[in-house]
Design a protein around this ligand. Structure first.
Ligand code: HEC
Length: 184
């Protein structure tokens, strides 16, 4: 009985503590969503790569990546997308003026030695909070974003993205960014 009482007291105490915690800041929320995006996409990309090679993985990327972005947006109330200075998906990944400036700055930071995983930037813009997290080129990414792609990868990409600009990258360059925005 005594044990049960103290367990109940503990639960009550932690509920009070939880209520006292400040809600996550817009920056924290954006960082969490960016992590969720990568956390959902990467395992599916790797699995498709193992099972069906680059052709299947391109299909997964083409169909799954936009769905993840749309679902995260719908669930969170944020707008979640990916952008690049050399977009593959020209319909979705074209950066606006603010995103372009941030991407140029990310390239500068990377060239000066910062690791892409640590490159991020957020600020208030016209009543919105906007945040971007850089996406660096890892060995896996080179199969579809590097130089001299395999015939199989190239053929799959040509099918979906006739105006693809997202090849020719080297390891550790900034491939693009996850871009998030929300009304304040
Ligand atoms: C199997 C091929 C493949 C691999 C491997 C791959 N990508 Fe992509 N990537 C794509 C495709 C296809 C798209 C276009 C998706 C779409 O239509 O939204 C894309 C789009 C992107 C975009 C969105 C901007 C744009 O250009 O459309 C980013 C950022 C990106 N990839 C980063 C990466 C990173 C970082 C890695 C490694 C961790 C990686 N990709 C690995 C095929 C690949």
């Amino acid at each position: 009985m005594r044990l049960m009482f103290s367990a109940a007291a503990l639960v009550a105490a932690s509920a009070v503590l939880a209520a006292d915690e400040p809600p996550p800041s817009p920056e924290q929320q954006a960082r969490t969503l960016a992590k969720q995006f990568v956390g959902q996409l990467k395992p599916q990309l790797k699995q498709a790569m193992d099972q069906g090679g680059p052709a299947m993985a391109v299909t997964v990327c083409a169909e799954v990546a936009p769905t993840i972005a749309d679902n995260l947006s719908a669930e969170s109330g944020w707008t979640v997308k990916r952008v690049s200075l050399q977009p593959r998906n020209s319909g979705r990944a074209q950066p606006d003026q603010w995103e372009q400036a941030v991407l140029y700055d990310f390239n500068r930071r990377q060239a000066e030695g910062e690791a892409p995983a640590r490159i991020a930037f957020g600020e208030e813009v016209d009543g919105q909070y906007r945040f971007m997290q850089a996406q660096g080129v890892e060995p896996l990414c080179l199969l579809c974003h590097g130089k001299g792609l395999s015939d199989e990868a190239q053929a799959a990409l040509d099918k979906y993205y006739p105006d693809d600009q997202a090849t020719g990258y080297s390891l550790d360059q900034v491939r693009g960014a996850i871009s998030l925005s929300r009304d304040l």
